[in-house]
Write a protein that binds this ligand. Structure first.
Ligand code: UT7
Length: 329
């Protein structure tokens, strides 16, 4: 019988745009306060891309970092996946633009749309491709320019989001199996609680859709909050079960960074003390599919996790979608 193909995490990288938007800056734009944003969300500042800076630009710079930390040459990549809800264009995929920037003509590429759970969906997809033997080395990126789909006059949403990208290189391995489990879920019944109504086939772009601001994010925050906590706890438990590990074996939990109160409520539900939970929302805001991977990259770079440690990543987002993955670093 053939030996099972393992999946090794070769390295990670991230990139954030230079421009910082603080809560104090936002006070000058909408009727809000630093105090409200900090106490209701935990966010102090977020990064904002330049007008001419695209999602694939952020993805490219994060990918270069991941390549550096992986110590492989770009030519070894044989599949590129980009999780994003803020593609450069409707089509071609952002993965196509990234491929061009990396100079990897002919490598197959595609985008994945699962909102804030995008990177977890991406890990499951990359793992399945590698384990099937179809591809050996996958570049997986979570990249977002949420500032470009934000209504900067809507205080309910504009204080929450930011831009950034994270990347991971995964490869087939006989010795390592770093992805211990992936668990995915979704419920389309709630699709209109967090969405962009305009621009697609339901409401193609017209002068009216622009005037009605249908091309920016709409969210029923309270309802999303209420669903996020139990679903993230459920996903964390399921992925743990599938990994065969116990809660006490996990060195670090990396939850999606949407709201500090959601993170604390999930930790409480799982009975995990906050010193085992990674938080960087104060400086990033919510960057959707890029949150878990940029957080993991920071945890590795700052020594918060070391080689051999077990990490559980958990996410929840528009769709609704949710998912979790237990990985060994
Ligand atoms: O990433 C994917 C998923 N996204 C999330 O998980 C986000 C989930 N939702 C949330 O994080 C929270 O619901 C929010 C941060 C969006 C809102 O917090 P909340 O505690 O649920 O506040 P709320 O929407 O119930 O609003 C409370 C009050 C309202 O005023 P009234 O009606 O009580 O007078 C809002 O108008 O706070 C007001 N408010 C604000 N005030 C100052 C809403 N946004 C702001 C603001 N500044 N930026």
């Amino acid at each position: 019988m053939n030996k099972k193909i393992g999946v090794k995490i070769l390295g990670t990288g991230s990139y954030f745009p230079k421009k910082v938007l603080t809560n104090t800056d936002l006070e000058k734009m909408v009727d809000t306060s630093d105090e409200w944003i900090r106490t209701r969300t935990g966010i102090k500042e977020r990064r904002i891309s330049e007008k001419n800076e695209t999602t694939s630009d952020l993805a490219y710079l994060a990918s270069l970092e991941a390549l550096k930390s992986s110590n492989i040459s770009p030519e070894q990549i044989d599949l590129i996946l980009v999780a994003t809800i803020t593609p450069d264009m409707f089509f071609p995929s952002t993965a196509c633009f990234l491929q061009k920037k990396l100079g990897l003509n002919f490598v197959p590429v595609f985008d994945l749309s699962a909102a804030c759970s995008g990177f977890i969906y991406g890990i499951a997809t990359a793992r399945a491709f590698i384990e099937s033997g179809l591809y050996k080395t996958v570049l997986l990126v979570g990249a977002e320019s949420l500032s470009k789909i934000t209504d900067w006059t809507d205080r309910n949403t504009c204080v929450l989001f930011g831009d950034g990208a994270g990347a991971m290189l995964l490869s087939a391995s006989e010795e390592n199996d770093n992805i211990l489990s992936t668990y995915l879920g979704a419920d389309g019944a709630y699709s209109e609680l967090l969405f962009i109504p305009g621009g697609g086939s339901a409401n193609p772009a017209t002068v009216e859709t622009v005037n009605q601001k249908l091309h920016t994010m709409k969210m029923q925050g309270k309802d999303v909050f209420k669903a996020a906590v139990p679903k993230m706890a459920l996903a964390a438990r399921k992925a743990l079960e599938l990994s065969g590990k116990k809660l006490e074996n996990i060195n670090l939990f990396i939850p999606h960074q949407a709201n500090m109160r959601i993170i604390e409520a999930v930790a409480k539900k799982l009975d995990i003390s906050m010193d085992r939970v990674f938080v960087n929302i104060h400086k990033t805001g919510n960057i959707s599919s890029a949150t878990t991977i940029t957080a993991l990259d920071e945890a590795i770079k700052t020594g918060r996790v070391k080689s051999g440690d077990l990490v559980e990543m958990v996410a929840f987002g528009g769709g609704f979608t949710w998912g979790a993955s237990v990985v060994r670093i």
